[in-house]
Design a protein around this ligand. Structure first.
Ligand code: ZN
Length: 342
């Protein structure tokens, strides 16, 4: 019997989960676990924020940061990124993708425009950490920047290097050992939520940043409306990879502590609509093994509403109005912060 892509992904996740968790305690096996205090303010004071597939997420009582604790230690994390689940996930995320989607293009262009508008220039050294296939860097290069990239996936790195040259490196930030005050722009999209030691990383960025350097960070916003409505059901709540759950407040705090000041905060809510919220209650995300049960009556009503809302013009209205409302309330699903080295 041939398994579907979704079944292969789920089976691989189940095997990774069984390897890391002890079913007797429903906790990470001690040899894979690392306990931490708040990664922003170092406070040990925390409360349980939510749970998912036996991972526990805490909220700092001092600065409101939401973070995974305990989390996988370095060895287990390395094994997960290089394991079976990621290999299957990358088939669609990276391996089969030769060109950016129109949506990806639009988001990259928006972010680049924002950076250029703020700096009033598209000149200088721009570094992307986690440059993936180099779609953003290609646009930045076309705009006039001298581009540099760090990408841990060897195939992606090779590909981007062929396109953009030898300044694309297959290494992490600490090993790259850039000279002090090298960069005018540092860009991270969908990366900072994966970083185990965000302050260490930002301090290294501050070292290699020229005075006035712009740091642009885009991450899921845990204070977004969608997280308030669907909680841990959201696809981005994923203990194997997403360690830190940022908001505009906690991002601002950590940046300030590391020598940057936030100049612009914007939001994007492409995944937020009434239908997405309804569907979260009867279509489990691919990042979960044991979704919380939904009461049968509730599921029936939500499915009915989903069918109703799939009709026009309700569907288009929902897709347009819900994100606009979330962004306007500063509760978008994704927060983008532009900060400047002070
Ligand atoms: Zn804290």
């Amino acid at each position: 019997m041939t398994l579907t892509y979704g079944e292969r992904l789920k089976n691989a996740l189940a095997r990774e989960h069984a390897k890391c968790f002890d079913p007797a305690t429903k906790a990470l096996r001690p040899e894979f676990a690392q306990h931490i205090d708040c990664p922003v303010c170092d406070s040990p004071r925390k409360e349980l924020f939510f749970e998912k597939d036996w991972f526990t997420f805490s909220r700092c009582l001092d600065c409101s940061m939401v973070y995974l604790d305990p989390r996988l230690n370095d060895r287990a994390t390395y094994e997960f990124y290089n394991g079976e689940w990621n290999a299957i996930y990358n088939e669609t995320k990276f391996d089969d993708v030769a060109e950016p989607s129109p949506l990806d293009d639009r988001l990259n262009e928006e972010n680049l425009r924002e950076i250029i508008r703020f700096r009033r220039s598209a000149r200088g050294n721009l570094l992307e950490i986690g440059s993936a296939k180099g779609f953003f860097l290609r646009k930045a290069s076309e705009a006039g920047f001298t581009v540099h990239g760090l990408e841990l996936n060897e195939r992606n790195c090779e590909r981007t290097r062929r396109d953009l040259g030898p300044t694309i490196l297959n290494t992490d930030l600490s090993s790259a050992k850039f000279a002090a005050e090298t960069f005018d722009v540092v860009y991270m999209r969908d990366v900072f939520e994966h970083v185990p030691n965000p302050k260490t990383m930002l301090k290294e960025i501050a070292r290699i940043a020229r005075p006035g350097c712009v740091v642009f960070v885009e991450v899921p916003n845990i204070r977004g409306i969608i997280y308030r409505l669907v909680g841990a059901r959201h696809v981005c709540v994923f203990g194997f990879e997403h360690l830190n759950y940022w908001s505009a407040a906690t991002l601002g705090l950590v940046l300030r502590r590391c020598g940057f000041e936030v100049r612009r905060t914007t939001y994007q809510s492409l995944d937020f609509s009434l239908r997405e919220v309804l569907r979260a209650y009867f279509t489990p995300a691919f990042t979960t093994l044991h979704p919380p049960p939904t009461r049968k009556g509730v599921e029936r009503i939500f499915r009915m509403l989903d069918r109703l809302w799939s009709r026009e013009p309700l569907n288009s209205w929902d897709r347009r109005m819900a994100p606009a409302l979330a962004n306007c309330l500063r509760a978008g699903s994704v927060v983008r912060v532009l900060a400047e080295k002070t």
